[in-house]
Design a protein around this ligand. Structure first.
Ligand SMILES: [Zn+2]
Length: 463
């Protein structure tokens, strides 16, 4: 033993002397080419159009933009060719990439969710593979390290009715609250154990500083003034064109979705284009956002999106959930997406997120409406609940009224199905929303009144 101990000491000393002479090695850093100031999270190819007039402005100001789509947009009609379904999705991915490339945006990812023709955000989340999609989006937030996330408003309103649009807003909010937490998807933020590690990703946790929503709802009165707004008429310094015009140039790539429209505008002069694009249903002069929440001090809700934001990373901002409202011993409440969003706003501390006092939905006339309910019995004994419905003229109950037994300490799902009347084919008048009331009683006492406003339309997405 002694004979070899001496040479080992000599070798070690030589090594230490060698280390001292070397310059320190630079450890690998995050790739700056993928750093974003703004991460836009939307559902489908062409949804970016809701924000492109603002993105063009932000790019002029030197901001870096990355985009995530929930799906490749494989459903719907193809206006440019014969391809359908998955093949159409492959084309639409390229169209979306080209649309963004027009503005100079090339960091673009797709979560691989499937299009869901429904107003129900819960169905979209299920169809997208909620857990896997969230894991992927958290990865992309950690990869792009955005200062700000822009996304669809997570809520259900008349007009804000595509479940996929809402799902992108839900996922973006969840990722905002999780990407900075080192305990969430820890394999993403762990350093590799050996060279060419194929499992651990060596990303770092990242807390984005603000999240803003763009609402898609028909009425905008409850959303305006809740965040900044930007003129689409101002002239881009880099392109010498109005921002709406930059956005329109970008939109020209979406041939499979809008070839007819794009062909018709290709024949218009500038004045005609401006009149059409800024008319009702197009871009309004002011593009506005709703501040979801900010993890930085300073700034006002209506101030510029980057107000109060400095280059330095900030610590993880764990959301403080708002308290659950007190529960009655026996109750009947609206379930489904409306109940989900009430829980969602509390869980993500979105205390200022606008929502309507009475839940609402627009549905196709002559169809049906399902009113999902929770019947809750917190008491230690079984209870009987009676459900009855008050309806506007022409509406009728198909199923769901009557007496129900709810076991002790049980929350049971119930549903009422209502037939909707037709609307006259020749009427062009917009129908006013009408109120439906579900009354829940037990032992002669009213234990719940569930109200829902329903607007009938000639066409609407399925509930
Ligand atoms: Zn869409």
């Amino acid at each position: 033993m002694k004979r070899i101990a001496v040479p080992i000491v000599v070798v070690l000393l030589l090594c230490v002397r060698g280390l001292a002479a070397q310059a320190p090695k630079v450890l690998p850093q995050a790739d700056d080419r993928y750093k974003a100031d703004i991460l836009l999270v939307v559902a489908h190819p062409d949804d970016e159009g809701a924000a492109t007039p603002y993105l063009a402005r932000a790019l002029d100001e030197g901001k870096r933009v990355a985009v995530v789509y929930g799906t490749r947009g494989s459903s719907g009609a193809n206006e440019a060719g014969a391809e359908q379904a998955a093949a159409l999705g492959e084309i639409r991915e390229i169209e979306a990439r080209r649309a963004l490339e027009t503005l100079g945006i090339t960091n673009v990812w797709f979560l691989g969710g499937h299009d869901t023709a429904s107003q129900n955000v819960l169905q979209s989340l299920a169809n997208w593979g909620h857990g896997a999609a969230l894991e992927q989006l958290v990865r992309l937030v950690r990869l792009t390290r955005p200062e700000v996330i822009l996304t669809f408003l997570p809520g259900t309103f008349i007009g804000e009715d595509h479940g996929d649009h809402q799902a992108s807003g839900v996922l973006a909010t969840e990722a905002f609250d999780l990407a900075g937490d080192p305990a969430t998807f820890p394999e993403q933020v762990a350093a590799p154990m050996r060279r060419l590690e194929p499992f651990l990703e060596n990303l770092r946790p990242w807390q984005p500083k603000k999240i803003y929503y763009f609402p898609d709802a028909d009425r905008d009165d409850i959303f305006r003034g809740k965040g900044p707004q930007y003129s689409v008429m101002e002239i881009s310094k880099s392109a010498k064109q109005a921002y709406w015009r930059r956005a329109l140039e970008s939109f020209r790539s979406h041939q499979t979705q809008a070839k007819g429209f794009l062909d018709s505008i290709s024949k218009m002069d500038e004045a005609q284009l401006e009149k059409m694009v800024l008319s009702d249903g197009g871009w309004t002069d002011e593009l506005y956002f709703v501040l979801g929440k900010s993890a930085v001090a300073g700034g006002t809700p209506t101030g510029d999106i980057f107000e109060g934001i400095t280059a330095a990373a900030i610590p993880y901002a764990r959301p403080e959930p708002a308290p659950q409202p007190p529960q009655q011993e026996l109750s009947a409440e609206l379930a489904g997406p409306w109940d989900f969003y009430a829980n969602f706003r509390r869980a993500h501390a979105l205390t200022n997120l606008p929502h309507t006092e009475t839940p609402e939905i627009a549905l196709q006339a002559s169809g049906s409406l399902v009113i999902p309910l929770w019947l809750r019995n917190v008491s230690p004994t079984a209870r009987e609940i009676t459900l009855s419905v008050t309806l506007p003229a022409g509406f009728s109950v198909l199923t769901g009224e009557g007496h129900f037994f709810v076991a002790p300490k049980q929350t049971a799902a119930a549903r009422i199905e209502v037939n909707l009347p037709a609307i006259a084919e020749n009427t062009s008048k917009k129908q006013d929303a009408q109120e439906i009331t579900v009354r829940a009683e037990s032992d002669g006492q009213v234990i719940g009144l569930v109200k829902l406003r329903v607007e009938l339309r000639k066409r609407a997405l399925p509930q």
